[in-house]
Write a protein that binds this ligand. Structure first.
Ligand SMILES: Cc1ncc(COP(=O)(O)O)c(C=O)c1O
Length: 456
């Protein structure tokens, strides 16, 4: 039997991308390689878990009470402790029967998607997003429809697109809040609008809140469940299906389940505050440092979780960083966005300082030429666009004009480098000259620009 392995020149999954970049590190570079690729803070001493958790697990082992298989969905004390813990943020109380313990958030997403999948169905996933969720949808033969998160609106969900792209075969939409990799933290108001839209369309919202409470901006974390107090899911067969599927799924180790009540009860706020303070400080360092580097910027400062999306060219730039600076940063394509980079700042301070101190600016991508008379182009800019404009204004390699609402979202790929045009849905960044530029401008006009802004 032949195998049909899809071969691409450059990998598109996070793991493959990181390994690919590692293979391209320069062996002659004696500096340690630094990776801002995987988000795995636990391996750093400064993010070590609380002693409360370590002791709770040791105690569970010594007690010999948790050596057998757990019942489906988890042992009662652990489910009760989780229900009580989550109820703190809700206007109503959860019961242990509302809780299913899984092997991390990944298995929870996998099971939920499997329960909802049916022939011919589709699911709406955010872009940028978390690739594992996409993989589970593919495994379950769901058609994937991606909706955009809007960087200029704090990476909020583009709700118009949700309505436009859903149909009677749509079973669910996924949100990640706090966002990975966007770093967004949604307001109650926005979550409510999402819930309203989903209700109107008759679809389920799968809310991945694995980074719940890991927030350090102005918005507090609001759990999605506050927008479904009627417990709709319990009323239909979804809960029953989850139960049935869990019977045939691997369980979280009973020993860990045994430790959960103690971990939740005894971990103090200090532990979380310490972690959040480190992340906040790291983010500030990253943000300030990247501001100094031409061609790289974080258009929306993250407010939660520990990734940042950086507006910059893609693979060739990442390769250059790996080869010339022993620095690993992910190309945005691994999280669904071309022409961006994605980096974690959940690393030890020394790695952050060392990595960002490497001459990142020398590793610029030079594949885009700049328009000559950049300053003669006058465009009305939104504040977000203005920020991007200011960043690139003096950059000799990649000068851009950002105008709004120039590309018809549905008729062309939202992101992509088209003939030297860095395009993002509704936004065009021009980095071309001569005939090419003329062509781009005519494309822009053709697409019935909303309130044609400025003179090009
Ligand atoms: C958005 C998101 N969801 C789910 C997961 C997986 O969580 P877990 O390790 O609990 O399975 C991650 C881990 O990186 C994540 O970033």
């Amino acid at each position: 039997m032949g195998t049909n392995v899809l071969k691409t020149e450059t990998p598109t999954s996070i793991d493959d991308a990181v390994y690919f970049l590692k293979e391209n590190l320069n062996e002659g570079d004696h500096r340690p390689s630094i990776s801002f690729g995987f988000g795995d803070p636990s391996c750093f001493e400064c993010f070590r878990t609380t002693p409360v958790a370590e002791e709770a697990i040791v105690e569970a082992v010594r007690s010999a009470k948790f050596n057998s298989y757990a019942p489906t969905g988890g042992i009662l004390p652990a489910r009760r402790a989780v229900a009580d813990y989550l109820s703190r943020d809700l206007p109503y109380r959860l019961s242990p029967d509302d809780v299913y313990l899984t092997l991390g958030c990944n298995q929870a997403a996998e099971i939920t998607i499997e329960v909802l999948a049916r022939p011919g169905a589709n699911i709406l996933l955010p872009r940028p997003g978390y690739p594992d969720i996409e993989a589970y949808a593919i495994f379950n033969k769901l058609e994937i429809r991606q909706f955009d998160l809007l960087p200029e609106r704090g990476w909020e969900v583009d709700l118009d697109t949700i309505e436009a792209m859903s149909d009677e075969s749509t079973v669910a939409m996924v949100i990640i809040n706090p966002g990975n990799p966007s770093g967004s933290v949604y307001t109650y108001n926005h979550l409510n609008k999402i819930a309203e839209t989903a209700r109107k369309l008759g679809i389920v919202v799968i809310a991945d809140e694995v980074y719940g409470h890991l927030v350090y901006g102005s918005n507090p974390f609001v759990p999605m469940m506050t927008c479904d107090p009627s417990g709709l899911l319990r009323k239909d067969e979804i809960a029953e299906s989850i139960n049935k599927l869990l019977v045939y799924s691997p369980f979280p180790p009973t020993l860990i389940q045994g430790a959960i009540p103690q971990i939740l009860e005894k971990t103090t706020q200090d532990f979380f505050s310490k972690t959040i303070n480190i992340l906040r400080k790291n983010l500030e360092i990253c943000y300030d440092k990247l501001k100094e580097i031409p061609c790289m910027m974080i258009p929306q400062k993250p407010e939660g979780a520990f990734f940042a999306m950086i507006l910059k060219m893609t693979w060739s730039f990442c390769l250059k960083l790996a080869k010339e600076e022993s620095l690993i940063i992910l190309p945005g394509v691994t999280v669904g966005l071309k022409n961006w980079l994605c980096m974690t700042f959940a690393v030890e301070y020394s790695s952050l300082e060392d990595g960002l101190g490497r001459r990142v600016s020398t590793a610029e991508d030079t594949t885009i030429t700049s328009p000559r008379n950049f300053n003669s182009i006058s465009v009305a800019l939104s504040s977000w666009s203005q920020q991007v404009f200011d960043t690139y204004k003096h950059d000799p390699l990649l000068q851009k004009v950002i105008t709004r609402k120039m590309v018809n979202t549905h008729s062309r790929p939202e992101f992509g480098l088209v003939d030297g045009l860095l395009g993002y849905k509704g936004i065009i960044a021009i980095g071309a000259e001569g005939n090419l530029r003329k062509k781009l401008v005519s494309v822009a006009y053709e697409s019935h620009i909303e309130g044609k802004q400025g003179t090009l």
